[in-house]
Design a binder for this molecule. Sequence first.
Ligand SMILES: [Zn+2]
Length: 173
Amino acid sequence: MSRHYSMEQWIEYVQGIGSAAERDLMESHLYGCDECLSLYMNCLDEHPLPMDTEQTQEREYKHLDQQVMQTIRSLPTFEIPSGVSEASKLSTPGPRRRRLIHHPAFHYAIAAAITLLLMSTGIFEQFVAETGRIDAAAGSIAIQERSVSDKLMEKTLQVLDTLHNKEKGGTRP
Ligand SMILES: [Zn+2]
């Protein structure tokens, strides 16, 4: 019987880290060792088995998208008078909003994460300020709200696609 594996190693195993050969060894050890099996089960509880890396990222970023949505709602450009708010709600097409909400969770979560990144680097603020100016000229809150979400989504998805393509072409076999 070979030596036991550490908690850390099992976490890595659960997360899919490590060579195929090493993982095979660990798996066969798992079948013959109750001690490691219980360690492995603990790791599974704390680090749910990822179906793929995309779902792992989705889990990690899940709480971020709520933060981002809150931040977006609290941005000055979205503080609109209640009377106008009704009008803008009516003039903002429902399908568009639903489409964003039902966007594949992975893309949405990553977009949220990228939004956070953009915000932290100040790009987002610049972007919002820019849109705010355009809107002041147009004088339409509905257009402003749409253009912010549209352009933001467009922008983040562009970045996302770039990252995604790089990842596919790079580290994966
Ligand atoms: Zn063991």
